[in-house]
Design a protein around this ligand. Structure first.
Ligand code: DGL
Length: 272
């Protein structure tokens, strides 16, 4: 039987954005095999209801589990915010979402105890980051803000464009107030850091969940004795719409050429 540690990590996102998390996993865990699923046919999740996102998340997850994965990473902040309990209940493999590792790091780093959270409408409405932050440090002052225009700007490759800087200013300049730590609660925001930094200045600590999630995955693999030793790796991507746009835009998110990418039909019987 195949060694369990050789099984791939499964990573899913609503689309392209989760490639920032995959990138961090590649850097932190270079000997892990990976399977990435981008639900490009149903993106965006950030504007959809918790009920619908949970259904999509379960659907995506079942596909990855059927491929044989040893651990699931929910790279999408919105899906992590609203669907994690349902996924943990439904699956036999360990599940890691982006909320808890990001919140833990931000709570630890905040000096003055004033934390800002930015994300999609769905992530902000769920209050998941705020709950996780307060569970770590009940005295924190948390403010949240949805920044939906950041997603298309990142996909357009406009992280340093004057328009992105203007949008960042509109969203953040008057809102930041005393925030000392800003949690980037969306897969796309690492690509907007130049524009965000221009508004926050160097005095605000930016916490990007991609890097901390990779650390959390590494810790969990060690704890479960599932880490893979030095060996050649295999990576593959699946998408639910035609792969052209994913391929074109994804390279920028992943920071390297994309693994072989194939279109799949999830649950063709029901279209669920
Ligand atoms: N991946 C989503 C997230 O991190 C952003 C894109 C979307 O709205 O689907 O919340």
């Amino acid at each position: 039987m195949k060694n369990r540690s050789d099984m791939p990590l499964g990573v899913f996102d609503s689309g392209i954005g989760g490639l920032t998390v995959l990138r961090a996993i590649f850097e932190r865990l270079p000997f892990e095999n990976t399977l990435y699923l981008g639900d490009t046919a149903r993106v965006p999740y950030g504007t959809k209801s918790a009920e619908v996102v949970t259904r999509y998340a379960l659907n995506n997850t079942r596909f990855l589990v059927a491929q044989g994965i040893k651990l699931l990473v929910v790279a999408c902040n919105t899906a992590s915010a609203v669907a994690l309990p349902a996924l943990e209940k439904a699956l036999d493999v360990p599940v890691i979402g982006v909320i808890e590792p990001g919140a833990e790091r931000a709570a630890a780093l905040s000096g003055k105890g004033q934390v800002g959270v930015i994300g999609t409408e769905g992530t902000v409405a769920s209050g998941a980051y705020e709950r996780a932050l307060l569970a770590h440090r009940p005295e924190l002052k948390v403010r949240q803000r949805a920044c939906p225009l950041f997603v298309p700007l990142a996909e357009e490759g406009w992280g340093e464009h004057p328009v992105a800087r203007q949008v960042a200013k509109e969203y953040l300049a008057d809102w930041l107030e005393d925030v000392d730590t800003l949690l980037l609660g969306c897969t796309h925001y690492p690509l907007l850091v130049p524009a965000i930094r221009e508004v926050t200045g160097e005095g605000v600590t930016l916490v990007d969940s991609a890097g901390v999630v990779a650390d959390a995955v590494a810790a969990r693999l060690e704890a479960e004795d599932l880490a893979r030793g030095r060996a050649s790796v295999q990576h593959a991507c699946f998408v639910t719409d035609v792969p052209d746009r994913f391929r074109a835009v994804g390279t920028r998110f992943l920071g390297r050429p994309l693994p072989p990418t194939e279109q799949v039909d999830l649950d063709p019987g029901t279209g669920a």
